[in-house]
Design a protein around this ligand. Structure first.
Ligand code: FE2
Length: 261
């Protein structure tokens, strides 16, 4: 059975969310009501060419677990317009017409438009915006751009079926405003830890988690590219020092992780 059909058929208990990691900042969330939300789907190898031009090895290491044409989600969200997050080639390959909304900051919306997503399905997002779709509440969160190739980074705070709340940092430089996500008492924080290209380092990510105090912290954005990877155990070690009450939770690509409140 394909991973997409597995996800479609996976039963999610009440007050829970099921999460699948597809690599980098790519996740699929499923609510107990059956709604599916994806973030930052990178389902091609389009960064490899970009990297080669810059003398970097950005060939994907994580296999493509769902091909773009197989992706079947209700909401397709992006955090910013870098190709490992808003990937034009992935968006070009999508075939499913049931995706109700394509969400993201304006530069990501421009890519949706350029890849022929109908305007009626494009929903701009920004830090502090709020929107709801079925049993998913979405709030935009602050993120600090990592360089001047995109100045519209954001994170998200998702609340699933009045239950679990997840704060996703997206790619971001460190700033104390990131800790404002604590106001929404997220149960889980999904954070970049790679340090490269001016993202949060494993230690900065742990410091942020220490201020937010979620139940568990999930590291991401360390796995995809040879020239942009770190060992997540460094984050685990920093977490022990800086956020001792928070559990370290590493996800395995393509395997469901169910969190219940
Ligand atoms: Fe990235």
């Amino acid at each position: 059975m394909s991973l997409m059909s597995e996800i479609r058929g996976f039963p999610v208990p009440k007050k829970s969310v099921a999460i699948w990691w597809l690599g980098q900042n790519g996740y699929i969330f499923k609510t107990s009501g059956g709604a599916l939300l994806s973030t930052d789907m990178y389902l091609t190898d389009s960064c490899a060419r970009l990297g080669a031009d810059a003398g970097l090895n950005l060939a994907r290491r994580v296999p493509v677990l769902i091909r773009p044409e197989e992706l079947d989600v209700d909401l397709y969200a992006c955090t910013h317009n870098h190709m490992d997050h808003t990937d034009p080639e992935t968006i070009r390959g999508l075939r499913n017409k049931d995706t109700a909304q394509f969400i993201g900051p304006h530069p990501s919306c421009e890519v949706y438009r350029a890849e022929c997503v109908e305007t009626s399905r494009i929903v701009p997002a920004w830090p502090a915006c709020e929107m709801e779709f079925r049993d998913i509440h979405i709030r935009g969160a602050f993120a600090l751009p990592t360089d001047d190739t995109d100045l519209n980074h954001m994170g998200y705070i998702f609340r699933f079926n009045h239950g679990p709340t997840v704060y996703m940092t997206g790619d971001t430089d460190y700033n104390e405003l990131l800790a404002s996500a604590a106001k929404y008492s997220p149960d889980l924080v999904i954070t970049c830890i790679n340090g490269g290209f001016n993202n949060l380092s494993h230690d900065e990510a742990a410091e942020l988690v220490g201020k937010i105090k979620p139940k568990a912290a999930i590291p991401c954005h360390y796995d995809m590219f040879p020239d942009n990877s770190v060992d997540p155990r460094q984050f685990r070690a920093s977490l022990k020092m800086r956020a001792p009450e928070t559990k370290y939770q590493e996800l395995e690509h393509g395997k469901p992780f169910v969190y219940s409140v």
